[in-house]
Write a protein that binds this ligand. Structure first.
Ligand code: NOJ
Length: 720
């Protein structure tokens, strides 16, 4: 039974101001993990009703104990809301979100969120600070790893899948978590890719690129939204009344809670828009922030603000009402212990490892496979597994392994031993991930000299080199890895041994030299607990790789930010004409375009049909293309549909993703991939920022990635 509104209002009427502010406050249960402040022991505040929400408390016993204090020992017995960052799995760790995005598989996105929600709820939690929906077009930004990549359509699709997965059909279910869409909004374009730096983008980019995912999350019923730490065109998001209150609550009709980021309300003082904590609290409340995470600003500042008439009790009550309503929707008033009471069956947990392996396998992106180096032939008898990430079980889990830190990730070395038991697997790290120690290079090169059938060279970043506060000015291979890899390539070439590079990273890296030298290159991102198994599945050919990169890979750092959906310009690049948009000293083409990734099959696209040839605003275009697997192994192909509006009242992107389909093809077979595209999807924001469908011609492009040379095209007419 859901608690009726009148019950909530009656409860609010009985609350003291400190109790109300307690419902508007969230602190970490023990120590701080992502900010400069720490909360200390929360027990007394829970008991006296001045703290209603916790983060970072996890596990059936501790959550139950705290909940018991809130429900049985506080005056009003209001249950706690317990939140946790369930970013890429909870106890079972799935691939990092950027890697998951690379699967381009919404059903998988939903299933991993559902599985993580079940695990987290069994651990006593009711709220996750996920999904992160920040579009990222700058690999310097460490938080690229936490999101869906560079494309707004992918981000919106990801948003819906994740919200459905976390929240399930009924938020009150003991296996459901309230989801938080974060970080609202436009955190990705931080200046020069530096975390927390200001953002200054156009109104058009905001609406076309950064808001659609949040709008989609709201439509999918997301329970909470977290403003970004950053400022946008001079206004910190935590105080952004126009976007939080007017747009989110007004235009989008979002009626869930807005929870600040960690200490973000107090940081309004650092932004220079508040002189003190009272002003900071007033700005955040006025903007519509309901819960103050870790700043203590509401408890400290709002009583003074109230006294001075800077805020009203009605405004405070509105926030308290929203928080209590969420607790009611989560079923916490009916049974505060509904989560974390029933332990999950071992078989259920085991099945989750299978899902982790499936997700990890599908997230791997094969970007080079010269002379069909992969899969490894079944005749291999000796493989040399080299590099600092070959046996680094900690790193496999990625930067935000939530409650999954206890379990090691399966390494490439261990998994290859398991999957090719008859082969000898030699191993040497060669160099550490970072630092200048190259003492291990000689021993590793000796292994290459011993004439193995193949070298599997595992390179990349440490997990903690991406994520929050992990921006890199030069996102390249760290430490002495380049020198090491070069020595391996030189030696392997002399011995005629193929080198397969497995690259671990939380973002695209700038590695044109590696692409040139490797025989095969598999981007593994951070695949989670089942990392090694997934990689071995692909290396041995048990599974054909099917991941596609959700971010464009630059050739050189100077190209950043680089993304496929560039707006058209007046002097398109032309090699023969100096006065066109290009560099004098570098190509402007990416190393790997958005959507790029190879499989073991070889797909050819023919016979693109788009019907009808013209349609009005209510119409739907049916797009069909035949895909033939001309290779000798099964292929799982992702078919992308892009559009370009040929003439519009405002400048449009050269390509815009509007849909995708997947086909699985046995060798020699053909299948038709179909995508429906509603004319409403072709709407644009006109000069006055109104959404309009403008009559005119639209090009439809279909193909395996955003490389214009690889796309088939057709043209339709939009009628007024
Ligand atoms: C700061 C991060 O920006 C946010 O994503 C996270 O949810 C909170 N810390 C809580 O850990």
């Amino acid at each position: 039974m859901i608690v009726a509104m009148s019950t909530i209002d009656k409860l609010i009427a009985r609350m003291t101001l400190p109790e109300k502010l307690g419902q508007m406050t969230m602190t970490a249960a023990s120590h701080a993990v992502t900010g400069p402040v720490s909360a200390g022991d929360a027990t007394d505040s829970i008991r006296d009703g001045t703290l209603g929400n916790l983060l970072n408390l996890v596990g059936p016993a501790p959550t139950r104990d705290m909940q018991r204090i809130a429900v049985e020992e506080s005056r009003l017995g209001i249950p706690l809301l317990l939140g946790f960052d369930v970013i890429h799995g909870h106890r079972t760790i799935f691939p990092v979100p950027l890697a998951e995005a690379a699967t381009f598989d919404p059903w998988l996105w939903e299933r991993t969120a559902r599985a993580a929600a079940c695990e987290a709820a069994a651990d006593g939690l009711a709220l996750t600070f996920a999904p992160m929906l920040d579009v990222s077009r700058d690999p310097r930004w460490g938080r690229s790893v936490e999101g869906p990549g560079e494309d707004p359509w992918v981000a919106a699709t990801f948003a819906c899948a994740k919200v459905r997965g976390f929240e399930g059909k009924d938020l009150a279910s003991p296996a459901s978590l309230a989801a938080t869409a974060k970080h609202f909004c436009a955190y990705g374009p931080v200046a020069a890719g530096r975390d927390y730096a200001p953002v200054d983008i156009s109104e058009r980019t905001l609406h076309e690129v950064h808001l659609p995912a949040f709008a989609a999350a709201v439509r999918a019923g997301v329970a909470a939204i977290m403003p970004a730490f950053t400022s946008l065109a001079g206004i910190p998001m935590t105080a952004h009344k126009q976007l939080l209150r007017d747009y989110l609550r007004g235009t989008l009709r979002f009626d869930g809670i807005i929870v600040s980021d960690y200490n973000a309300i107090r940081e309004l003082i650092n932004h220079g828009v508040a002189a003190n904590v009272v002003e900071a609290a007033v700005l955040a409340l006025r903007a519509g922030v309901d819960i103050d995470m870790m700043a203590g600003a509401y408890r400290e500042g709002l009583p003074v603000a109230l006294e001075r008439g800077l805020v009203s009790m009605a405004e405070i009550d509105d926030s308290v009402r929203r928080v209590l309503r969420l607790k009611a929707r989560l079923g916490l008033f009916d049974d505060p212990y509904r989560r974390g009471t029933v332990a999950e069956a071992p078989a259920v947990v085991a099945a989750r490892r299978a899902l982790a392996r499936e997700a990890a396998t599908k997230s791997l992106v094969l970007v080079k496979n010269a002379a069909a180096t992969l899969p490894l032939p079944s005749s291999v008898r000796r493989v040399c597994v080299l590099g600092p990430l070959a046996d680094a079980w900690r790193e496999m889990r990625g930067p935000w392994a939530a409650a999954g830190y206890d379990a090691p990730g399966v390494t490439v070395r261990a998994a290859l031993r398991e999957s090719i038991p008859d082969a000898r697997i030699d191993h040497a790290a060669g160099v550490p991930i970072t630092g200048g120690d190259d003492a291990g290079i000689a021993a590793a090169i000796d292994l290459v000299r011993a004439q193995p059938d193949a070298v599997v060279l595992c390179l990349g970043e440490a997990a903690e080199m991406s994520g929050e506060a992990a921006s890199r000015a030069a996102p390249e291979l760290p430490g002495r890895q380049r020198e090491f890899a070069t020595a391996v390539f030189d030696r392997a070439r002399a011995a005629d041994v193929p080198v397969i590079v497995v690259l671990f990273c939380g973002r695209p890296l700038v590695i044109p030299w590696l692409d040139e030298r490797a025989d095969a290159l598999l981007v593994a991102w951070f695949p989670g607990h089942e990392a090694g198994h997934a990689i071995a599945d692909v290396l041995t050919g048990r599974v054909s790789p099917s991941g596609r990169t959700p971010m464009t890979w630059p050739r050189s750092l100077g190209q950043v930010p680089l993304y496929y959906a560039q707006y058209a310009n007046g002097r398109p690049e032309n090699a023969a004409d100096r006065f066109t948009s290009k560099y004098l000293d570098a190509s402007s083409a990416p190393l790997y375009p958005f959507g790029y990734g190879l499989g073991y099959g070889r797909c050819a696209y023919t016979n693109l049909r788009v019907t009808p040839a013209s349609a009005g605003p209510e119409g739907v275009f049916e797009i069909a293309v035949d895909v033939t697997n001309e290779g000798s192994r099964t292929a799982e192909e992702t078919v992308f549909v892009f559009i370009r509006d040929r003439v519009a009242s405002v400048v449009r992107p050269l390509l815009e993703l509007k849909g995708m389909a997947k086909v699985v093809l046995a060798p020699g077979t053909t299948a038709t991939a179909r995508v429906r595209l509603a004319a409403t999807e072709l709407a644009l924001l006109d000069v006055a920022m109104r959404s309009v469908i403008e009559p005119g011609e639209v090009d439809i492009f279909v193909g395996p990635c955003a490389d214009p040379a690889r796309l088939l095209s057709s043209r339709v007419l939009l009628c007024g």
